[in-house]
Write a protein that binds this ligand. Structure first.
Ligand SMILES: Cc1ncc(COP(=O)(O)O)c(C=O)c1O
Length: 446
């Protein structure tokens, strides 16, 4: 019997009919192209109509309680009455100062408090920085994403009507990255380069050599690097929590002055609900005048345009109490009193076990290495299954009660899925194993 025929006669943990009925009720044309939120709605719908639970790996949300030091500081701030007062658009002084210290102590990067600006999540930070960068030079009208990447950032670009290009970095690691970037940057139309490090979705981390390449080329072609550090210090292969001591969180900031760093509180401090992150603009870029910003924003310098024009227009700053929370979390981390890395290490531990279960059952890790090192175990990992496209794999795994998102959605050219470990609890590992064993039995490899 052919595999497909065998499969149709087998019973799966969740009935095919139920899953397919929910897919059509939600008007999802092809599950492989569904957005993260559509997969969430689909799995909710299937779970509602069955007695069993999915192993949910589709959404990248924190699975840990918020950092206590942040919650306490925020309550204090609210009690003291900050809720009635507009915060400064470019951030309250204690936050700017602690953020500047944080990048010094954990990255060994010097940036004045002036350039450390809170935003309503890193989402608002990237939105404003992408908007300004898209207008610094009429010839440089295109932003370059080093993919795979975080899909919502592309949504930001089309909401703004701004142009972008992308390429999948899979085949361009090491020196290959230089050749690829030169071939794109030499066209002269790129204003910025965007990537996340550690990377959502693949969890690759650029090596120092790769960051150096990006930094050198950014200087050579005068483009801005937007380094998204949503998973700051979460490359657990090294211990990145020792304030003021190496090893530091790797960054392009050591190799160019044209950078904006985005540090989100959502994952490292499990503070996603309060929507606060910090944008760190290098001193040089903050104060740099771009003639083209004047006609568009009535402002010259990069830093002023972001704060006094864009952030003012879109939200007039970031929640006052959340700024006190973030200031307190940075302060405690800076003073060696809050080892935020230890608090989130559980993600890496779970990833190690879960990856092993997948590997034992015929799956492979799609983005497997950084240079000659295996990628770290962390918040996400990528899996593929021989003979199946990412779309087919996702669709089939749903019948086995395992959900994830297709790598296609992230700008990857590889076949496979992104799995997020945060919402899988350890007591689900047995179920995960049973389901993967059955999947592997039902789809045996030659
Ligand atoms: C790479 C990346 N950047 C940014 C964000 C969003 O961060 P925030 O919650 O601070 O808006 C996420 C969240 O999943 C992310 O994965």
């Amino acid at each position: 019997m052919a595999v497909s025929e065998r499969f149709y006669t087998m019973s799966t943990p969740f009935s095919r009919e139920l899953v397919d009925e929910c897919i059509s009720q939600l008007r999802i044309d092809e599950v492989g192209n569904a957005t993260i939120r559509e997969i969430v709605a689909l799995v909710n719908a299937v779970e509602e109509k069955s007695s069993d639970k999915f192993i949910r790996m589709e959404m990248g949300v924190p699975g840990l309680p918020p950092a206590k030091v942040g919650v306490e500081a925020e309550i204090e701030a609210l009690k003291s009455g900050v809720a009635s007062k507009y915060p400064m658009i470019d951030g309250i002084k204690p936050l700017k100062e602690e953020a500047s210290r944080f990048v010094k102590l954990f990255m060994n990067v010097d940036v004045k408090p002036q350039g450390c600006i809170p935003s309503v999540g890193s989402m608002q930070g990237t939105y404003s920085a992408f908007m300004v960068a898209s207008h610094v030079d009429p010839k440089k009208d295109t932003l370059l994403f080093i993919d795979p990447g975080f899909p919502v950032q592309k949504q930001q670009m089309f909401v703004m009507g701004c142009r972008y290009e992308t390429f999948d970095v899979f085949s361009y690691r090491g020196e290959g990255l230089r050749t690829k970037l030169e071939s794109i940057l030499s066209k002269g139309n790129i204003n910025s380069i965007v990537y996340s490090n550690p990377n959502n979705p693949s969890w690759i981390c650029f090596t120092e050599a790769e960051l150096q390449i990006i930094g050198e080329l950014a200087t050579k072609y005068d483009v801005i690097v937007m380094e998204d550090l949503a998973y700051f210090a979460m490359d657990f292969r090294q211990n990145l929590y020792t304030p003021g001591e190496p090893p530091y969180q790797p960054t392009v900031a050591h190799y160019t002055d044209n950078y904006v760093l985005f540090i989100s509180s959502s994952k490292i401090f499990s503070y996603a609900g309060q929507r606060i992150g910090i944008m760190v603009i290098s001193d040089a870029l903050y104060n740099r005048d771009y003639e083209n910003l004047k006609p568009r924003f009535h402002s010259n310098s990069f830093g002023n345009t972001i704060t006094q024009r864009v952030l003012y227009a879109i939200s007039s700053g970031t929640s006052h109490s959340a700024q006190y929370a973030l200031a307190a979390m940075f302060k405690a981390a800076n003073e060696g009193k809050f080892n935020f890395v230890d608090d989130v290490k559980e993600y890496g531990e779970k990833a190690r076990i879960m990856k092993d279960l997948f590997l034992k059952n015929g799956f492979h890790i799609v983005y497997e290495k950084d240079g000659d090192q295996l990628v770290a175990d962390g918040f996400y990992f990528t899996v593929g299954y021989p003979g199946m496209t990412g779309e087919e794999l996702l669709h089939n795994l749903l019948y086995y009660g395992v959900s994830a998102i297709s790598l296609k959605n992230t700008g990857s050219e590889k076949e496979g899925l992104r799995a997020c470990v945060s919402h899988v609890s350890r007591d689900q590992f047995d179920d995960l194993e049973k389901r993967l064993v059955q999947f592997h039995n039902d789809f045996p490899l030659n």
